[in-house]
Design a protein around this ligand. Sequence first.
Ligand code: SAH
Length: 234
Amino acid sequence: MTINADPQELAKFGELAHRWWDPESDFKPLHQINPLRLAWIQQLSPLAGKRVVDVGCGGGILSDSMARAGAQVLGIDLSTKPLRVAELHAMEAGTEGVEYREVAVEALAAEQPGSFDVVTCMEMLEHVPDPASVVRACATLVKPGGWVFLSTLNRNAKAFLLAIVGAEYVMNMLPKGTHEYARFLKPSELAQFCRDAGLDLQASRGLTYNPVTQRYSLGSDTDVNYLMACRRPG
Ligand code: SAH
């Protein structure tokens, strides 16, 4: 089986991993958006007591917060260092109910189909060669009636200007080369991947950044960064 991953992408995250939990590091945007996405997930599917898999978990910002909300969380990724950092953080912070594993989402789907109440896959699809395959695997992992939450970057001129030129070159919020425009996904494309995987689209939200207040908010503007919530039919 060929692995659906880009070694350069995995190496990039590995090199930055030691600063994953520094809220002023390159991962500042993930720290800033985390409370917003966590609240949205909780609103649609309260996490306490749920079995969750977090796909492309990196250093575990979302995984850790979902475990703290009472879920039993498995974080998976294919970059070794971020996973080590995630484990170390859980130990240091005393987070219970979270574990991490280096495994491809497609392999986990073959191993544990229909096992999770909630599947999350955030800010990861724009880094993989075949995002549709990841969505299919997420759909296989979730139980009938369960929820799949996805987020990624939209592909249009505004997203190019804000997510790449603005964030990487003007504001230095992200290292140059963090994102590759061609891998961004329009909401219509992601919705099609979900439907093709047998998931029903339930809701979507946009994430916007205000450079003046330096704050993110969740709303209806999906032009740049957006989240989608789907359900597997019961
Ligand atoms: N989901 C986390 C981290 C996002 S950073 C969050 O939102 O907080 C993107 C992560 O995707 C990195 O940790 C990177 O290693 C991971 N990734 C990239 N390609 C991957 C692949 N093919 N399989 C699993 N994880 C991958």
